[in-house]
Design a protein around this ligand. Structure first.
Ligand SMILES: Cc1cc2nc3c(=O)[nH]c(=O)nc-3n(C[C@H](O)[C@H](O)[C@H](O)COP(=O)(O)OP(=O)(O)OC[C@H]3O[C@@H](n4cnc5c(N)ncnc54)[C@H](O)[C@@H]3O)c2cc1C
Length: 525
């Protein structure tokens, strides 16, 4: 990506076909699909790329077994088709993972082995694969040691996929840029400009410098997730209700809770479905599902009740683990913009599908899933056709990702797969430019030191939290947010142009953000 300072002056000097507001997975997908049609596309985010829900999801690329159980066949089918496509196109970034569901004597119909087998058969059928099996208790306990074994009959295995959500967003953005799209973070859309009842522009502000400009554009795509009504209500006669729901996760060390798969379980208190799963060499416990009543402009944060609720579930499934708050490395919470049924349903029962609204050239989109971003992007572009007739004939099924040319890397096969999955067509340039002594992994992680340098140079890192929470995930994976590596991180940042005083203020900012939003709540520390 070009750097922000280079891009900003040119924004107001041209007419855009589409300005995409929101740099989460939805906006990234729209920018990617629009850029390939040859349109002039600009994407902006008021904060960092993936700052919203797209860095705080459960990171599953999945059909969602619970959606099929709820009878939502359409959403499940769409998601499964997209899952299979992403597995094909982005190995190393989106990878298949085994999911287990344990069966117990006297568990009732909800946990009945045969009922579950029928569900899995339908799930695999919709995906067009056959990848499921049954593990007896002994075999299952060998795979998942210390799992609750009393009255255990065995476990059903099926597969879904897992990703790094922020790297998925960045790789999609890289593809948009490759096709001529322009992306800029820390630029906020303030107000639409209307002429003769149609959108013709957008007032935006650079949140770093405070400068304001007016952009000219034929359409605006409002992909602002939970914030969707803010832009839309400026011009739409009425807006539908978007119900923000918070989901929180705990990250614990794999030594304390060793796992190579994902487990699906029902919480002992309320029988809600939850997951415990392996991610980036750690174990994640999630998620809660609660109406989110705090200000959307404040980052979502886990409460003490949620921490205890999640720990209770983990300790119920792994009775000998005896996890406590001392085992929590980090926490993260995201807000799901559920397009509300208005029926006052239990949060877990609201549908997860997306909705698109077209209002005089402002196309708004909200809801949906990480998994279905390509399909959502196509629906958005279809809604934009009246203002952009040239896209009617577009290719709708083309590959999202271009592939890396044949590369010689210094990594073993698994590491190479991950590396190419993350950087795609840029992997070759990465290897050419990055110092050889940084092509080694940061202790206890699968992240290269060179990834930090690359991000600082090419991925519009403005703040240290961009680098440690979204370009890399060190802040979620390392104790104290990675502070024990801070001297080496500082050396890289200074070599890439940061000044000592900027570093000091960024370090203070990062520590405060990490303490407040990514560690345990006050009272549990
Ligand atoms: C707890 C949880 C777990 C989930 N797990 C999964 C999962 O495992 N798999 C899955 O497929 N889906 C999952 N989802 C759903 C998925 O994460 C979301 O559907 C998806 O991330 C939404 O992306 P988005 O781009 O629409 O919104 P966001 O990622 O929130 O992006 C919106 C962006 O708009 C920006 N913005 C807002 N206002 C403005 C403005 N005025 N100007 C400029 N920018 C603005 C924000 O800064 C933000 O970056 C989960 C959701 C939650 C909450």
């Amino acid at each position: 990506m070009l750097n922000r300072e280079q891009l900003w002056p040119s924004l107001a000097q041209q007419e855009w076909d589409i300005v995409v507001v929101g740099g989460g997975i939805t906006g990234a997908g729209v920018a990617r699909e629009a850029a390939r049609t040859g349109l002039k596309v600009l994407l902006i985010d008021q904060k960092d790329y993936a700052f919203g829900t797209s860095s705080r999801s459960s990171k599953m690329v999945h059909g969602g077994l619970r959606y099929i159980a709820m009878g939502d066949i359409k959403l499940t089918k769409h998601s499964l088709v997209e899952r299979e496509r992403l597995l094909q196109e982005a190995p190393g970034l989106v990878d298949r993972m085994s999911y287990f569901f344990a069966h117990y004597q006297g568990g009732g119909i909800k946990t009945n082995r045969w009922a579950f087998a029928i569900l899995l058969m339908a799930y695999d059928f919709l995906a067009g694969i056959k990848d499921r099996s049954y593990f007896n208790a002994k075999k299952f306990l060998a795979r998942v040691p210390n799992y609750r074994s009393q009255k255990l009959l065995g476990a059903s295995r099926y597969t879904d996929a897992v990703t790094d959500d922020t790297r998925l967003v960045l790789r999609v953005l890289d593809e948009a840029v490759k096709d001529g799209g322009v992306c800029l973070n820390y630029v906020k859309a303030e107000k639409s400009i209307m002429q003769e009842g149609k959108i013709v522009g957008l007032h935006v502000v650079d949140e770093v410098t405070g400068q304001r400009v007016s952009l000219k554009t034929k359409t605006v795509v409002n992909a602002t997730g939970a914030w969707v009504n803010r832009l839309r209500q400026q011009i739409a006669p009425e807006t539908v209700s978007v119900r923000p729901q918070r989901g929180s996760h705990l990250v614990v060390s794999a030594e304390r809770l060793p796992l190579q798969d994902a487990l699906i379980l029902f919480h002992p208190d309320d029988q809600r479905a939850m997951f415990i799963y392996a991610w980036e060499g750690r174990t994640v416990i999630g998620t809660t599902d609660l109406d989110h009543k705090t200000d959307l402009d404040d980052e979502a944060v886990i409460t003490a009740e949620e921490v205890n609720y999640l720990l209770r579930a983990a300790n119920h499934e792994f009775p000998t683990a005896k996890l406590t708050t001392a085992d929590v490395i980090a926490t993260f919470s995201g807000v799901r913009p559920i397009v509300s049924s208005g029926k006052g349903l239990d949060p877990s029962k609201e549908r997860r599908d997306h909705a698109v609204w077209a209002d005089n050239g402002l196309i708004s989109v909200s809801g949906g899933k990480l998994t279905t971003f390509r399909q959502i992007a196509q629906d958005v572009l279809t809604a934009a056709e009246p203002w952009l007739p040239s896209i009617k004939q577009r290719e709708q099924k083309a590959a999202i990702f271009s592939q890396a040319a044949n590369l010689k890397t210094p990594f073993d096969a698994a590491q190479e797969r991950r590396f190419i999955g993350k950087y795609g067509y840029l992997a070759g340039q990465f290897l050419q430019e990055m110092p050889a002594d940084e092509l080694v992994f940061i202790p206890e992680t699968y992240t290269l030191w060179a990834e930090l340098r690359w991000a600082l140079r090419y991925e519009q890192v403005v703040h240290l939290d961009d680098l440690l929470l979204r370009r890399s995930r060190l802040g979620l994976l390392l104790v104290d947010g990675g502070l024990h590596h801070i001297e080496r991180i500082k050396a890289i940042a200074l070599a890439e142009g940061w000044t000592e005083s900027y570093w000091q203020s960024e370090l203070a900012r990062y520590q405060s953000i990490w303490q407040r939003y990514y560690s345990l709540p006050q009272g549990l520390k």
